[in-house]
Design a protein around this ligand. Structure first.
Ligand code: ATP
Ligand code: MG
Ligand code: MG
Ligand code: MG
Length: 476
């Protein structure tokens, strides 16, 4: 089943069951606490918090999501993309646990010719939160899942919360057993590659009290109305329904891998290392297109930096595979044509998306030349001094003058057998941000805000490099 059909079926199923279909919001979150939208519920936050009345008591959507923290997993696990689509159904004080579990089970297991996804019920495993006896009872008694396929997981996996104070509640996840070729048996509690998580059902039922972190907080009591927030990864379901090994081999991404193969001559399946590169390229090019499509432009800060980092990593991996010239135009063409079927705005906006991406590629190819010289010199200096750690100021310089994302510096240093002083790099980045803020304040008030400089100096202590960094900052 094609990705586009998975999406259509999702929306149709929930629409037929009284949900209002809401189009995906932009990846640029309308929320000052978030850079990019990481989950389907984000556009509905004001409804859950009771700040705005929802358009209907039940809604459904397929939301574009970007999760930057998953970048390191891409291509290495079988199931993490930086961009993915989260299919969701939501209830604002309408149905609760029982309704959510029944709907999910019906859609996943009803036959494909009846509008469902036709998954084998015996391959589905459930996790519930440690003390959520009610969810276990529903899965077993109402839905009919045998007890052996229901497992309990703790707070870090199966408990959700948002803000302090704010709503919180247990989750229950549906996982699919991909079989022994993906590892030993034992259920999702012991093996998350074999028993891949596909759908998370969040039961928002309590009010969360003070407390730090994800795990250490009090529960104050029940919420006035209980809500449902669910998210199913479209690419993960596509991986199962299309019978492929990982999400990068599903229909919308495999074509990008094939294009990268055509451009580099490196076949998919030739070696584990080059396969990771090909998967990174496919994922990152798609994410870049979706970000630019929603109006992000490459830069050294915030969302612009997320895009720059992801796009440069894709280009760099193409070079590792042997590409020497520009590659973005051809890769992007495939992404836009494929994703354009579900997101037609990519097609109408094609020229702008291409223009932005090509300009970034040109800038990066130039930067790679200049940056590689600086890096090589720094590597030689470090090695000849008997060191094994590239100083943080070199990583900062590469970032500041050539736009080298830190992971690019890390990778290139590692190729030469060196690690990087990441803490030093981050400290300098922080100092630079503080300086930019001070500059902005000075512009506003018309005079230098010495107080802010004082703070930076106090926080950083005296180092030689600060003077140099100030010069750099002020001369630009
Ligand atoms: P995992 O444990 O596999 O990292 P998660 O628990 O972080 O997933 P949730 O926050 O529960 O994921 O998101 C809901 C669903 O979205 C998941 O069940 C999964 O199907 C999908 N999903 C989450 N992260 C990704 C990703 N990086 N790429 C593709 N799909 C994802
Ligand atoms: Mg995760
Ligand atoms: Mg999980
Ligand atoms: Mg989850």
């Amino acid at each position: 089943m094609e990705s586009a059909e998975i999406r259509r079926r999702w929306l149709r199923f929930f629409e037929e069951r009284g949900h209002k279909v809401v189009p995906s919001a932009s990846l640029i979150a309308d929320d000052p606490t978030l850079l990019l939208v990481p989950a389907g519920m984000v556009p509905f936050k004001p409804y859950f918090l009771g700040q705005v009345k929802p358009p209907a008591p039940r809604v459904t959507s397929v939301q574009k999501c970007v999760r930057t923290p998953d970048i390191e997993e891409v291509g290495k696990t079988t199931r993490h993309g930086t961009f993915f689509q989260m299919c969701g159904n939501f209830s604002f004080g309408d149905y609760f646990k029982e309704g959510a579990c029944e709907l999910a089970w019906e859609l996943l297991t009803s036959p494909q010719d009846k509008g469902g996804y036709g998954l084998d019920p015996e391959k589905l495993w459930i996790t519930v939160y440690l003390d959520d006896d009610e969810a276990e009872r529903i899965w077993h008694e109402v839905v009919g899942v045998p007890k052996e396929r229901i497992q309990r997981l703790g707070k870090s996996e199966n408990f959700w919360s948002m803000g302090v104070p704010g709503p919180c509640g247990p989750c229950s996840e549906i996982n699919y057993d991909r079989g022994p070729e993906f590892g030993p048996e034992g259920g999702p509690a012991v093996n998350d590659e074999r028993y891949v998580e596909i759908w998370n059902l969040v039961f928002m039922q309590y009010e969360r009290g003070e407390g730090t972190g994800k795990e250490d907080f009090e529960i104050l009591g029940d919420l006035p109305s209980k809500n449902i927030d669910t998210g199913l990864g479209l690419e993960r379901l596509a991986m199962i329904l299309q019978g492929v090994q990982n999400m990068y081999e599903t229909d919308t991404l495999r074509v990008v891998i094939d294009k990268a193969t055509e451009l580099t001559g490196v076949a998919y399946g030739a070696a584990p290392g080059s396969d990771v590169s090909l998967r990174v390229i496919a994922d990152h090019m798609r994410t870049s297109a979706m970000l630019i499509g929603d109006g992000v432009t490459p830069g050294n800060e915030g969302r612009g930096y997320v895009l720059r980092r992801i796009m440069r990593r894709a280009i760099r991996n193409m070079r590792i595979l042997g590409a020497t010239g520009p590659v973005v135009e051809q890769l992007l063409d495939v992404v836009i044509t494929t994703m354009g079927q579900q997101y037609p705005e990519l097609l109408t906006d094609r020229k702008r998306v291409e223009g932005t991406a090509l300009a970034e590629e040109a800038a990066f190819l130039k930067a790679l030349k200049g940056g590689t010289n600086i890096l090589d010199t720094a590597v030689t200096e470090t090695k000849s001094a008997g060191g094994s750690v590239l100083p943080g100021d070199k990583a900062f310089l590469l970032h500041d003058t050539w736009g080298f994302p830190i992971d690019l510096t890390l990778e290139m240093a590692a190729e030469q057998g060196l690690s990087v002083d990441e803490d030093g790099f981050r400290r300098l980045m922080k100092e630079q941000r503080e300086r930019a803020k001070a500059d902005a304040r000075a512009k506003k008030t018309g005079h230098a805000d010495l107080h802010a400089y004082r703070e930076i100096a106090d926080a950083a202590g005296a180092t030689d490099f600060i003077g140099y960094a100030f010069e750099q900052g002020e001369s630009r």
